[in-house]
Each structure stands twice: as C-alpha cells, then as structure tokens.
Design a protein around this ligand. Structure first.
Ligand SMILES: *[C@@H]1O[C@H](CO)[C@@H](O)[C@H](O)[C@H]1NC(C)=O
Ligand SMILES: *[C@@H]1O[C@H](CO)[C@@H](O)[C@H](O)[C@H]1NC(C)=O
Ligand SMILES: *[C@@H]1O[C@H](CO)[C@@H](O)[C@H](O)[C@H]1NC(C)=O
Ligand SMILES: *[C@@H]1O[C@H](CO)[C@@H](O)[C@H](O)[C@H]1NC(C)=O
Length: 426
C-alpha cells in the first residue's frame, strides 16, 4: 500500500474508533444511569415496604404465633418475604430482574446490616452493587462534580453522571449559562449578579441584537432589525406602517408589531382599507357602496336591464350579479332557450360566465344550477360577454382572472408569512 493511502486508512480507523468509542461510552453511561435509577427505586420501595409491615409487629393473630415460633417479626424471614413480594410492580421489568439477581444480597442486609447500615441506597446501590454514587459525585470512583458537592455546576447546570458510577462529570448548563462551571452568561444574556458562589444570567431585552449590558431596551449594545436606537429610551420599535413609503399594497392594510409588520388583505368589499372588515374601507370596490361607513353590496338586480330577456332573471352576488335562465332553459347567444332545443348538442354549461372579475360563485349552488342557467362553449361561444357583464371597463376572461387572482393571493400570503418569520428570527 502506498504510504499516502496507509495514512488515510489509519486516520479513518482512528476516527472510527473515536466515534465508535464515544458511542459505546454513551451507551454504557445510559445503561449505568438506568440501572442506578432502578436500584434507587428498588431501595426506596423496599424501605416503604418496611414501613408498611412495621404495623404488623403487634398486630396479633398469625404474627403473634410467628413471633413465638420464629423469633422477632421485625427481622423475620416472613416479613422480608412480605416486603420483597411487593417491592417491584409486575410491569417493571428492570426492577424485577434486579431483584431476582440480588435477593440474597438483600437478605444479607436484612439479617446482618439493617442496624449498622440503615441507608439501603448507600449499602446496596453504592457500596455493594457499585452502580450508584452519592449525590453530586460521578464516575467509577465517585469523584466530586465540578463546583463541589454542595452546588455542582454553580447551581446552573447538571453534572454528567452525577449520582452514578458513570458519566464524565462535565456540567450541562441550563439555558443562558455556559463555561465549565456554568458561571458565564451566554450571548443574549447579561450578568444580573455574581459573587464567589452565585452567578445569575438574565435574558437581554427582545429589542437587542445579541448582547447587552443590562435589562430593558436601554441595555442593548446594538438593536435588532426593526428597531432604532433612540437616545435615553434605547431600542425602540420602528413603525413600518407609518413610514413615508407604506410597505403594503393598496389592497392591503398594514399591521405593525414589535420589530416587524404585516400586510393583510383588505375585505373583499374594499378597494383600500385601514383595517379588517367592510367597515374599515377607505374606498369601496366596484359593486359596493358606502352606507354608514360600511361598504355594502349593491343589489344590481334592482336596476339591471341586461338580464331582462325572456326566461332570464337577475341574481345578485357580492360585488356583481348574474343573469340566469329559468329552470328548463339554457343560455345561448339569443338569450335563454329551452333545454330541449340545445339537447344532443355538445354544450358544456359554464356557471362562471356572467360572473364579474374575482367573484367566485358559491360552488355547491352553481353546480346544482349550472344545468339550467349559464352556458358557454360550443355554439354558445358567440354569446356576448359584454351584454351579460356590467359595464365595469374590465375585459379579462372571468375564469382566467379568477385563477390568476387566487394564485397570486395565495402566493403573496406565503411570501408574507415567510418574510414575517424571517423578520421574527432576526
Ligand atoms: C452570593 O449571592 C447569593 C445569592 O444572592 C447569596 O445567597 C450568597 O450569600 C452570596 N455569597 C457571598 C459570598 O456573598
Ligand atoms: C359566431 O358568429 C359568427 C358570426 O357572427 C359565425 O360566423 C360563427 O360561425 C359563430 N360561431 C359559433 C360557434 O356559433
Ligand atoms: C375592453 O374591450 C374593448 C373591445 O374589445 C376595448 O375597446 C376596451 O378598451 C377594453 N377595455 C379594457 C379596460 O381593457
Ligand atoms: C387554473 O389553474 C390551474 C392550476 O393553477 C390550471 O390547472 C387550470 O387549468 C386553470 N384554469 C383556468 C380556467 O385557467
């Protein structure tokens, strides 16, 4: 093998050993942690069993008989069995396995060490099974956690493996803290107080970019996007909506928020608006009129002349109106003609034919009525859109426009959302 390849291979092997070793270590640590937890639970449950059975001591009956026959109940085999029977609940597999493997050890404690080593966790889990360590110590030799047994990790974190024979003892710091002893404030936090034993880190104000010297907007070293540094007041929200050049389109209204803003689509009745709802319009859309500060739909059918053809009637819809045929009639170039005349010919009814731009008819209704009302396509192609349409000066094909507007709306909403998220993240 050429030396270069050898080098690469050996580096890879070392790397794999390193990663593999770390993984194996991690797994072992987790196992020990779990075993220690099981042991502590078992010991606790055993002690509870002792308290439970303590009452039986002078309970009379069988116990009395046993005391005479077998000696003192408090240290009797009978009591031990009673305790052990209930020490693990049936569904606790780990507990039952540990109990099974260590019944004799527990019996030894019961008969020999109950008085000289009353702490069962210490005697059983720490000294005998050697899977646990005293609180705030870790590793095979139960070393002290960094920062000492009293307040390991300065009280701002957890010592890896603490209380078990496993772990590295490294401090895992709580939010806002870092450093080997968790006594340094993370970016975005400031030192609220600090003395020899205690460090308190507190989050900077929301308006700060990363670091600060104290709490509140005046503590920021730099402002986050969407905020301006104002003398004596610190970082203040920029009201994007009140800027010289408004950030929203004319069919939207602007909503300011801390560090950001939102453009929200106006109500369908509004051409321009200052808020949600038809009562916040500045101008009404065509087909709507301002009545008592609210844009209300105009009932075009009250004045309409276009639908006044035989067997045709006018139907008002928000912002517009439809010319529809009576039941049994279909629309054609000549107005409404009996269905029977058009039957057999390839005619597909198009319910949106006489709809004004952007106004989708209620789907269920039109589906139902399509048959007898508006038609388009085939021979009816020649129908004059103009005659069925109110004179709005808008010429685009209805269906296309509807599609377009829906598409751009949803697109814009998505863009908005992601922009907002971006803003907030910043
Ligand atoms: C450090 O601060 C803590 C919390 O305020 C306090 O309890 C402790 O007595 C202080 N220690 C010293 C040495 O000043
Ligand atoms: C539409 O009308 C024109 C004349 O105005 C006629 O030549 C044409 O055949 C008609 N088309 C249909 C589909 O009826
Ligand atoms: C609508 O169409 C007519 C003729 O097709 C045209 O003269 C008019 O300018 C169009 N109006 C608009 C707003 O596009
Ligand atoms: C509407 O748009 C969809 C896809 O966005 C397209 O499949 C459909 O053909 C369009 N309909 C019309 C009438 O343009």
């Amino acid at each position: 093998m050429p030396p270069r390849k050898t080098a690469i291979v050996s580096v890879s092997i070392i790397f794999l050993l390193f990663v593999g070793g770390n993984l194996a270590n991690k797994k072992k640590n987790e196992e020990v942690q779990k075993k220690c937890d099981t042991c502590r639970e078992l010991a606790k449950s055993f002690k509870e069993g002792m308290e439970r059975t303590a009452r039986y001591n002078f309970a009379g009956g069988d116990t009395d008989w046993e005391e005479k026959k077998l000696g003192k109940y408090s240290t009797s085999e009978t009591r031990l069995i009673e305790i052990v029977e209930q020490v693990c609940s049936k569904d606790k597999y780990e507990c039952n396995t540990m109990l099974e493997h260590n019944e004799e050890t527990l019996e030894t404690w019961w008969t020999e060490h109950q008085t000289d080593h009353p702490d069962l966790v210490q005697w059983f889990c720490i000294d005998t099974l050697t899977i646990c360590c005293p609180d705030n110590t870790y590793g095979p030799d139960c070393q002290e956690c960094p920062g000492g047994i009293e307040r390991p990790c300065k009280g701002n974190g957890k010592c890896s493996g603490g209380g078990t024979r496993a772990g590295t003892g490294k401090c895992k710091c709580n939010g806002g803290y870092k450093g080997e002893l968790c006594d340094v404030c993370k970016n975005g936090f400031f030192t609220e107080m600090s003395n020899e034993t205690h460090t308190v880190c507190t989050a900077c104000d929301d308006s700060c970019a990363a670091t600060c010297t104290k709490g509140g907007p005046t503590g920021c070293k730099k402002c986050k996007g969407g905020y301006n540094m104002v003398e004596e007041k610190g970082c203040q929200d920029i009201d994007e909506c009140n800027q010289e050049k408004p950030p929203c389109q004319s069919s939207e209204f602007c909503q300011n928020s801390p560090g950001s803003y939102k453009c929200v689509e106006c109500n369908m009745a509004c051409d321009q608006c200052i808020g949600e709802g038809p009562d916040s319009c500045v101008k009404c859309k065509t087909g709507f009129q301002m009545i008592d500060t609210t844009c209300k739909d105009i009932d075009e059918c009250e004045t309409d002349e276009t639908c006044k053809k035989e067997h045709m009637f006018c139907k008002n819809v928000p912002g517009s109106f439809l010319c529809e045929c009576e039941e049994g009639y279909l629309q054609s170039a000549d107005g409404c003609v009996p269905k029977s005349i058009l039957e057999g010919k390839d005619i597909l009814p198009d319910p949106s034919l006489s709809l004004k731009d952007g106004d989708a008819p209620p789907a269920a209704e039109t589906d139902q009525e399509a048959d007898s009302t508006t038609t388009k396509g085939g021979e009816a192609d020649n129908i004059s859109d103009e005659s069925l349409r109110r004179e709005t000066g808008e010429n685009k094909s209805n269906t296309e426009e509807q599609n377009d507007s829906v598409d751009t709306n949803s697109l814009r909403a998505e863009e908005m959302e992601s922009m907002e998220q971006h803003h907030e993240e910043l």
